[in-house]
Design a protein around this ligand. Structure first.
Ligand code: ACO
Length: 191
């Protein structure tokens, strides 16, 4: 995904972690011009993700990120576009209080880290970027994928989770979240 400004200048790291402040590293702090560019990138990514998932409206935008306690991990490839860099995609996560059903159908209250939105630019999908980004988040959060909940996962995400993390057996829920076998076993405090 290309933009009419220098992506490498805007995002100095290969993976930038954005939150309510819309600041990507020290450089964009106190720089409304750079923060406006960051907002443009997030809005564009959110629209592309919604389109890819055939959603009627984006679930990710700069204004939503500013008002919610979520974290957006943004991956760039600094080598592409003649060295100006391209935005490859993003993964948005956040903690949510959920009422889930365990394997016995018993209600369990949990507040897991949830995968809320995940998108890799169309022309860059199936090149391993999604795995790179997902692994970065797992390391940063020191978490196993089986301990996360997935908000309305698309068929591509389900295929991705099966391929890379062997997550295939989901535990039926009555909401839009998907959790996999092992989610309840490995939780702290669970029997
Ligand atoms: N069809 C089916 N499976 C796919 C596809 C596709 N077009 N693209 C990726 N995958 C899955 C497959 O398991 C694939 O392995 P394979 O090529 O051997 O079949 C694997 O992902 C490839 O892994 P990566 O290259 O690391 O993944 P990628 O960089 O493509 O990122 C992602 C995966 C984010 C799901 C990407 O395909 C994408 O953006 N899809 C469109 C948006 C989307 O569906 N996002 C998930 C929304 S649901 C949510 O966020 C809770």
């Amino acid at each position: 995904m290309e933009f009419p400004f220098d992506i490498n200048q805007l995002f100095t790291e290969r993976v930038s972690i954005l939150d309510q402040t819309l600041v990507a590293g020290r450089k964009s702090a106190g720089r409304p011009d750079l923060q406006a560019h960051i907002a443009t990138v997030i809005d564009e990514l959110g629209r592309a993700s919604a389109k890819a998932q055939q959603l009627t409206a984006p679930i990710t935008s700069a204004s939503k990120l500013q008002s919610q306690r979520h974290q957006l991990y943004l991956l760039k490839d600094g080598e592409r576009n003649g060295g100006r860099g391209v935005v490859v995609g993003f993964l948005k996560v956040g903690y949510k209080k959920l009422f889930l059903l365990d394997r016995q159908g018993v209600h369990v209250e949990a507040e897991p880290l949830c995968v809320l939105d995940f998108y890799i630019a169309e022309n860059l999908q199936r090149h391993g970027y999604g795995l790179e980004l997902f692994d970065f988040v797992l390391q940063h959060k020191n978490l196993e994928p089986v301990l996360m909940a997935y908000d309305r996962p698309s068929p591509k995400l389900l295929s991705f989770l099966a391929k890379h993390y062997c997550l295939t057996q989901s535990v039926p829920q009555v909401n839009n979240f998907v959790v996999f076998e092992g989610f309840f076993l490995n939780r702290e405090g669970s029997p």
